[in-house]
Design a protein around this ligand. Structure first.
Ligand code: GLU
Length: 417
């Protein structure tokens, strides 16, 4: 990935610098918290359906482990780069600290477009990638989960491969597994439901009532579709959604549940009959109250931030807003609920899954969402209080809280040797 203003790793560090400026920390400790602790880079062969071998590259980065085992998803996407994985790993460190679950941060990525592979090829790739990173992952050391381009089935193959190496079933090596093999109820919907919990808190603070809110969602995968469904259930009007193929707009509101059914059947939102087509670019600047970017990084930039009409942005994706865009939005008075807060519901229920797996004792769905709601609401309120106290935006407030917690843990543990 090119150096420059939209390099995620540079962006993650800029956000870190913004937070650190409000904290009185030892310069050595700041550098310790900035740099990834461990980076594994692998190149490995995958047997394709036609018998050929394809070489594939991937990464696992453990950013920081002072608060506990490293935690974070694995992404399959053609644009994965080491800098993107570093940024995503650093964001996981702050995300876990912010919702106060006992994990450090990690991320993995494989440079592949999974849409170009058959199911067998994805299984081969997953099993070999798991073997390659098995030297650093484990239920006590580094616990992967789904991210863009991966899903519960991929997690099942990962768990099985790791277990075959160990000689017995190691449930807690990965989260986001199917419920039938030790997954948690609610994990699939957790990120989207968490996005709604944070949006709801923000709406309450800003005096926005659901019935008069029009919502636009970019991305209609696991995060975007559930966020849209939950915002509609709250009483908001979801007027536009999109996926990689394009967007769909209906000023009177889309029937989100029916659209989810349609996407499950056809794989695309655009050919749904209940709306008109709109480009992903136009979607971001639509007239609405709430914008939920739930796709890739760098969607709201200095090029379009000025055109954004929403008064509230809730980041379902990781890194959708660049620092330059943040400054423009802050000046315009737009409230941004940052990724490390807004999308923390996923890793929070991952934590529940890990705890349940280790104890072989499983909770009801009601218990899971009740605990998730409590954690998300408390984290939101802590960030809001910090924002008021320091007079900063929500991202800086969230980062201050998270970095402070990691710094405290690091100081308590001391620096080996
Ligand atoms: N990939 C998700 C994230 O970015 C979930 C990570 C996890 O559950 O460990 O937060």
């Amino acid at each position: 990935m090119a150096k420059g203003p939209n390099n995620p790793w540079e962006i993650a560090q800029e956000q870190f610098n913004n937070a650190v400026a409000y904290l009185d920390l030892d310069p050595g400790l700041i550098e310790f918290m900035r740099l990834p602790q461990r980076e594994l880079s692998v190149n490995f062969p995958v047997r394709m359906d036609d018998g050929s071998l394809k070489m594939v590259s991937g990464y696992r980065v453990q950013h920081n482990t002072v608060r506990g085992p490293a935690k974070g998803g694995i992404r399959y996407h053609q644009d994965v780069s080491i800098d993107e994985v570093r940024a995503l790993a650093m964001w996981m460190t702050w995300k876990c600290a912010l919702v106060n679950i006992p994990y450090g941060g990690a991320k993995g990525g494989v440079i592949i477009d999974p849409r170009t592979l058959s199911q067998d090829e994805i299984e081969n790739l997953t099993r070999r990638f798991t073997s390659e990173i098995a030297i650093i992952i484990g239920p006590d050391s580094d616990i992967p989960a789904p991210d863009m381009g991966t899903n519960p089935q991929v997690m099942a193959w990962l768990m099985d491969t790791y277990s075959m190496h160990a000689g017995y079933t190691v449930n807690a090596v990965v989260t986001g597994k199917p419920v039938e093999i030790g997954g948690s109820l609610g994990r699939n919907d957790a990120t989207g439901v968490g996005v709604m919990f944070s949006a709801r808190q923000a709406m309450q603070k800003l005096g926005m009532d659901a019935e008069s809110c029009r919502v636009v969602v970019q991305g209609f995968g696991n995060v975007g579709s559930v966020s849209a469904r939950e915002m509609a259930a709250l009483g908001c009007k979801v007027i536009a959604v999109s996926d990689v193929y394009g967007g769909l707009y209906n000023a009177n509101g889309l029937d989100v549940r029916d659209l989810i059914r349609h996407v499950r059947e056809t794989g695309k939102v655009i050919d749904y009959p209940g709306g008109e087509e709109i480009s992903n670019d136009d979607l971001l600047t639509l007239d609405c109250e709430i914008l939920i970017p739930a796709a890739l990084e760098n969607q709201i930039t200095d090029k379009n931030a000025d055109e954004v009409k929403a008064t509230l942005i809730v980041e379902g994706a990781n890194g959708p807003t660049t620092p330059a865009a943040d400054r423009i939005l802050q000046e315009k008075g737009v409230t941004v609920v940052p990724d490390i807060l807004a999308n923390a519901g996923g890793v929070t229920v991952s934590y529940f899954e890990w705890v349940q797996g280790l104890q072989s004792f499983f909770w009801s769905e009601a218990e899971i969402f009740e605990r998730l709601e409590r954690i998300m609401t408390n984290a939101f309120n802590d960030c809001w209080a910090m924002k008021e106290k320091k007079g900063v935006d929500m991202r800086t407030a969230a980062s201050i809280l998270a970095v402070q917690r990691v710094a405290e843990a690091a100081n308590l543990r001391g620096f080996y040797p």
